[in-house]
Design a binder for this molecule. Structure first.
Ligand code: PRX
Length: 636
């Protein structure tokens, strides 16, 4: 089995929705919605935007006069927090639970919308007291705890821009992201729990800050209680700040009125160069896109309990842990730790305990849990579940079936949602009332025009592999690459005129169902986590023994794809097993434990083009024993 190793037979196994599922679906007729949106895209999105609150309504839905710098809801005034929180606390929902959080050690904390609103206001005031104002960046480097959500919302509320860095990243990755964002404040914690161990985040922050001009302040949440170094005048405890008289007396904070196109957040993601790029999302269009897709695809109802197992540090967490569920007024479950801690039924115990009704996770997690057998989920009452979801990498039909049978008990449709950091919202996705094919993300969301094209930009025939493109703008789309608009145009819009290139290869079958195969650029998806080859390779060469390195992704049974590295050592270094271990540890320290290579191979040379670019395609083909393709540019 490998990522993307799935049948693309158009007439294979299909699962039709039951009459019950259709009867209660928010979208009973997905075809009709698709037709409505394709006939008048702007009218469709305007209708959806009207479901939300605006300080001032937009003058124009879509401005495409300066492609590809599209603008949505032009002239509209809003703030995503006004929709995610403020409007709910004015209704009965003030008493509804917004968040139920469980730590890895079993501690539980809950927040009603009212309680969340109060914490957010307080922390907004803390940020203001540190001089953060509209447009300033705040880096959030946290474990999976409620304060992560509070910090994100508090930043957005005052019109500042959050840059969340996944807590699994390490020193060099964090350093690069802090430096590029020029953040005024960093919000972190003394640590977080994962698999019974403490990940010492503050220590990593301290080390990262030794490599860069420090931001003005670091706010530290006490979570593990482990001792940390606090630098006087720079570092402050979250709980001290939150109980400062100034803040305590001021549990109110006005939500800043923003232009629909003002930035909400930047989120770094890996690409083709060593320098990670920050994707820019805005308040107006993004809130409409994530809200509509969440409501339609995950079919959310007042009484649901939603659980997205992702980390807020990735786009899945931004869109579908924090913003969409809160805008929809839903109750979310959030869990801090590992799925198998202390036993492989932790997740199923959580589903049972909180009565989770809709659960959204990743193929890697499913494959990982599947390994322990169905006796673990069978120990729990999972009857509260009614809908399941998958994201981040292609789900192989075997994992799909296991999830469907053992978790969903053959009654919960699985929403395999294809999207990206850049798209902000689901782009190719089923809806509950649609027929499902295991391994296919099914069809474009209403208003989304996706296609599979060949090298020449023309659509390929059904069943043929090609490049996945998007042909129409959508409201939650990235607006640019932070501080680098040229890179935005070059990376996404220059390969085929007028089309957004996703960087994935795919097939479309005769029914118009999409089968995503995988990345075709220099991005590797390890366990669904997105890593860039260049960032990994530069981490390798920062080790004193390494002269040159190339990394590729190879199929892996659990992770989908795992990292295989080719390393050329410096003349004075010797190949030893200890060095292999040392290099693995070095990558984990610089980039993060997720980036740890599976295998390292010492080589004397690397295949390169005449201009000196490493031909990873050739390395991969050789490793897989496949045809090496066109080698005319190879200089060896
Ligand atoms: O390759 C696709 C894969 O994840 C990439 C986007 O990664 P990232 O920006 O980290 O966002 C992940 C969460 C939205 C895509 O280009 N991908 C995402 N969802 C799927 C997928 N591949 C196959 N099936 C999916 N459902």
């Amino acid at each position: 089995m490998s990522a993307g190793d799935k049948s693309s037979t158009p007439k294979g196994e299909v699962y039709s929705p039951s009459a019950d599922v259709i009867a209660q679906a928010n979208v009973r007729d997905p075809e009709a919605l698709r037709k409505e949106a394709s006939e008048n895209l702007e009218a469709y999105w305007a209708k959806r935007a009207e479901e939300l609150t605006w300080f001032k309504k937009w003058d124009k839905v879509l401005d495409d006069s300066n492609k590809p710098f599209f603008k949505w809801f032009v002239g509209g005034r809003t703030n995503i927090v006004a929709n995610a929180i403020d409007r709910h606390v004015r209704t009965w929902r003030r008493n509804k639970l917004a968040l139920i959080w469980e730590s890895e050690r079993g501690e539980v904390r809950t927040f009603s919308y009212h309680a969340l609103a109060r914490e957010v206001c307080k922390f907004s005031n803390v940020l203001k007291s540190m001089g953060v104002s509209k447009g300033d960046r705040v880096t959030i480097y946290m474990p999976r705890i409620p304060e992560t959500v509070i910090a994100m919302l508090a930043t957005a509320k005052i019109g500042a821009v959050h840059s969340v860095v996944y807590g699994g990243f390490s020193v060099e990755a964090l350093h690069g992201r802090i430096e590029d964002s020029e953040s005024k404040v960093i919000v972190t914690a003394d640590g977080g729990y994962m698999n019974g161990k403490v990940i010492e985040l503050k220590k990593i922050v301290d080390e990262a800050l030794r490599r860069t001009a420090a931001p003005e302040n670091v706010v530290v949440v006490r979570h593990t209680g482990k001792e940390v170094a606090m630098e006087a005048g720079r570092d402050y405890w979250y709980h001290d700040l939150m109980s400062m008289p100034l803040v305590r007396t001021s549990q109110r904070c006005e939500t800043e009125e923003m232009d629909a196109e003002d930035p909400l957040y930047i989120l770094y993601t890996s690409g083709t160069t060593g320098k990670p790029k920050a994707i820019v999302h805005t308040h107006g269009g993004y809130q409409v896109g994530v809200y509509a897709t969440f409501k339609d695809v995950f079919d959310i109802k007042e009484e649901d309990r939603w659980w997205c197992t992702a980390d807020p540090g990735w786009v899945t967490g931004h869109s579908y842990i924090v913003y969409a569920p809160l805008i929809a007024g839903a109750t979310s479950v959030m869990y801090e730790g590992a799925p198998t801690f202390p036993f492989p039924d932790r997740w199923w115990a959580i589903v049972e305990k909180y009565g989770v009704s809709v659960m959204y996770t990743t193929p890697t997690a499913i494959r990982g849990l599947m390994r322990f057998g169905h006796a673990w989920p069978n120990r729990h009452d999972l009857s509260s579940l009614r809908l399941l979801g998958s994201v981040g990498e292609p789900i192989n039909p075997e994992a799909w079936r296991w999830f469907y049978k053992n978790i969903g008990k053959e009654k919960c449709p699985i929403m395999d949602t294809w999207w990206q950091t850049e798209t902000g919202m689901f782009m190719i996705t089923p809806m509950p009332a649609m027929t499902l094919k295991p391994g296919s993300a099914s069809r474009p969301y209403p208003g989304v025009e996706a296609d599979v094209v060949g090298e020449d930009g023309k659509p390929v025939k059904p069943g043929e592999e090609g490049f996945l493109v998007l042909k129409k703008p959508w409201p939650a789309m990235l607006r640019t690459v932070y501080k680098d608009p040229d890179r935005y145009v070059k990376t996404y819009w220059s390969r085929y005129p007028g089309m957004y290139t996703a960087g994935d290869s795919a097939r479309k079958d005769e029914d118009g169902y999409f089968w995503i195969i995988g990345r075709v650029d220099d991005v590797i998806k390890v366990s669904g986590y997105r890593l860039g080859t260049a960032e990994l390779e530069s981490a390798f060469v920062s080790h004193p023994s390494v002269a040159e390195a190339a990394v590729i992704g190879l199929p892996h049974e659990i992770k989908g794809v795992a990292i295989h590295a080719y390393v050329i050592l410096k003349a004075n270094a010797t190949q030893t097993d200890t060095l292999v271990d040392e290099l693995k540890a070095h990558i984990a320290h610089e980039v993060g434990p997720i980036a740890k290579p599976e295998t390292i191979e010492f080589v004397q040379s690397l295949p390169k083009t005449r201009s000196g670019k490493i031909m990873r395609r050739v390395l991969k083909a050789r490793a897989l024993g496949m045809d090496e393709g066109d080698l005319t540019t190879l200089e060896e």
